[in-house]
Ligand binder design. Structure first.
Ligand code: UFG
Length: 339
C-alpha cells in the first residue's frame, strides 16, 4: 500500500484524513509543527485506529527538515494541509501568511522535487471564488480573492498547476473546501481552535457548553430564505473520504485536476442553530447582530465534478454534523482530557 506524508497532519482536516487513510490500509506519516494543533492528536489517532504513526515535528519552511523527513520516510505522495487559515489574521499580518503559506509551500515542493516525490494533493478553499456571481459554484467560476488568506491559496494553486504543466510534478489534485464541520464519530478527534473561535460551528458548540452567553448571528438581512448567511457545511468525515478518493486518482494518473468539495446544499446560520437543537437537545441562545465585514450572502458548491472525477459525494447531513461536533466538544474539548 502507498505511503503518504501529511503536512499539517495533526490539524482538523489532516487528522481526520489520517484516520480514513489508516482505516483503508495506507501507511501514513504525520508532519506538523503543532503551531495550531494539539500535541495529543497522534495518541488519539492511535486510539481510534490502533496504529502508532510516525510523527515528524517540523515547520514546512525548514527545507533541511523536509529533506530529512523525505529521506527517512520515502513516500509515494504528499497531502499538503499545513497552512495558516484565519481570514482576519491574514489581513492583520499579511507577511506572515505569505511566509507560512507561500514560502512554506515553495520549500516543501523543492524538498519533494529533490527527493523525487512528484504527486501531491493540495488543500485549497472556496475562498478563492470570493463573492460568487451565482450559486451553486462550479470550478469554472471566476476567481476573485477578497483577502490575503485567499490570495495565498490562489498563489499556491497556481504554483502547483505550473509544476504539473512543466513536468516538475507528475500529478496534483487541488481540493477547494467549502465549510468543514463535525468530528470523527468516536468523539476522540475533532476541531480544537485556539482562543475564541471565528467559525460558526466551534463557536456554536462553545455556547452550548456555556463558555459564551449566546451566539452572535452576523446579519439577518441577506437575500437568503431566512436572512442569515448560507454556506455549504460539509461533514469532516465526508471531506476526509474525498481526500482518499483524490489521492487514489493522483497515484494512478498523471495530470492535475481541481474540484470543489461540498455537499451542494446550502444551509443558513439559523438552519444550523435549529439542526443543532434537534440533533443534540441543546438549544443555543442567539442574538442577531450586524453583518460581519467581508461575508458573502450565500456560498455553496456544485459538487458534480468531484462526483464525476472521484466517484465521491458527501453522505452525511447537518444533524450528523451537529451531533458529531457536539459529541467531540462535550466529551473531549471541554476538559481537554480523553473520556
Ligand atoms: N457566523 C455567525 N456567527 C459566528 C460565526 C459565523 O453568524 O459567530 C456566520 C457567518 O457570518 C457566515 C457563516 O456563519 O455566514 C459561516 O461563517 P464561518 O466563519 O464559519 O465560515 P466562512 O464561510 O466565513 O469561512 C469559511 C472558512 C474560510 C474559508 C471559507 C470558504 O473559515 O477559511 O469558509 O468558503 F475560506
Amino acid at each position: 500500500m502507498a505511503r503518504i506524508l501529511l503536512t499539517g497532519g495533526a490539524g482538523f482536516i489532516g487528522s481526520h484524513t489520517a484516520a480514513v487513510l489508516l482505516e483503508r490500509g495506507y501507511d501514513v506519516v504525520l508532519l506538523d509543527d503543532f503551531s495550531n494543533a494539539a500535541r495529543d492528536v497522534p495518541e488519539r489517532l492511535r486510539r481510534v485506529t490502533g496504529v502508532s504513526l510516525p510523527l515528524i515535528e517540523a515547520d514546512i519552511r525548514d527545507e533541511a527538515a523536509m529533506a530529512a523527513a523525505l529521506a527517512a520516510f520515502p513516500v509515494d505522495a504528499v497531502i499538503h494541509f499545513a497552512a495558516k487559515k484565519a481570514v482576519g489574521e491574514s489581513e492583520a499580518d499579511p507577511l506572515s501568511y505569505y511566509d507560512s503559506n507561500i514560502v512554506g509551500t515553495v520549500r516543501l515542493l523543492t524538498a519533494m522535487h529533490r527527493a523525487g516525490v512528484d504527486r501531491i494533493v493540495f488543500s485549497s478553499s472556496a475562498t478563492v471564488y470570493g463573492e460568487p456571481d451565482v450559486c451553486p459554484i462550479t470550478e469554472a467560476a471566476a476567481l476573485r480573492v477578497t483577502n490575503v488568506y485567499g490570495r495565498t491559496k490562489l498563489v499556491m494553486e497556481g504554483m502547483i498547476t505550473d509544476l504539473v504543466r512543466t513536468g516538475t510534478l507528475k500529478a496534483a489534485a487541488i481540493l477547494r473546501y467549502f465549510n468543514p464541520v463535525g468530528a470523527h464519530p468516536s468523539g476522540l478527534i475533532g476541531e480544537d481552535p485556539r482562543g475564541v473561535p471565528a467559525n460558526l460551528m466551534p463557536y456554536l458548540c462553545q455556547v452550548a457548553e456555556g463558555r459564551h452567553p449566546h451566539l452572535n448571528v452576523f446579519g439577518d438581512d441577506y437575500p437568503t430564505h431566512d436572512g442569515s448567511g448560507v454556506r455549504d457545511f460539509i461533514h469532516i468525515m465526508d471531506l476526509a473520504e474525498a481526500h482518499e478518493a483524490a489521492l487514489r486518482r493522483v497515484l494512478a494518473r498523471d495530470g492535475d485536476f481541481t474540484v470543489n468539495l461540498g455537499t451542494g446544499t446550502g444551509y443558513s446560520v439559523l438552519d444550523m442553530v435549529k439542526a443543532f437543537a434537534s440533533a443534540t437537545g441543546v438549544k443555543v441562545p442567539y442574538e442577531i447582530v450586524p453583518r460581519r465585514p467581508g461575508d458573502v450572502a450565500a456560498c455553496y458548491a456544485d459538487p458534480t465534478m468531484a462526483a464525476n472525477l472521484l466517484g465521491w459525494h458527501a453522505t452525511r447531513g447537518i444533524e450528523t454534523m451537529c451531533r458529531d461536533a457536539w459529541r467531540w466538544q462535550s466529551k473531549v474539548a471541554l476538559t481537554n482530557q480523553a473520556p
